[in-house]
Design a protein around this ligand. Sequence first.
Ligand SMILES: [Zn+2]
Length: 113
Amino acid sequence: MPFCPNCKSEYIEGITACSECHVPLVDELAVATREADVEEKFALLHTFPSIVYAEMIKEALEKRGIACLMKSDMLTSAYGSKGGGVFSKVRIYVPENRLKESDEIMNQMLDHI
Ligand SMILES: [Zn+2]
C-alpha cells in the first residue's frame, strides 16, 4: 500500500504521488516512522563537498521515491579570516533498505557531472 511520507495518507496501488503534498509516495512503512525514529533506520549514503551536488542527488533520489535526509556541517576554516572562509560538508542519508539502489543512482549521476 503506497502512502505519502509527508502527510501519511494511504493511497491505492497505482497512485504514485500525494495529491495533497505533491511528493512521491513510498511503499516502505519504515519511512513513515516519526522523525526521532527515522535516523536510526537511515544509512549514510555519501558526504558531499558541496551542497550543489547534494541537492542534485537528493532531487534524483526523491524522484524515484527514496526519502532522504540532508545534513550539513558548517565548518569555519582555521584560515577563515584570511580568505578560507566558511565551508560546509553535506551528508545525505537514505533508508538502509534502499542504500544500494541509492548508491547506484548516485554513481550514475556523478558520472554525468
Ligand atoms: Zn501527502
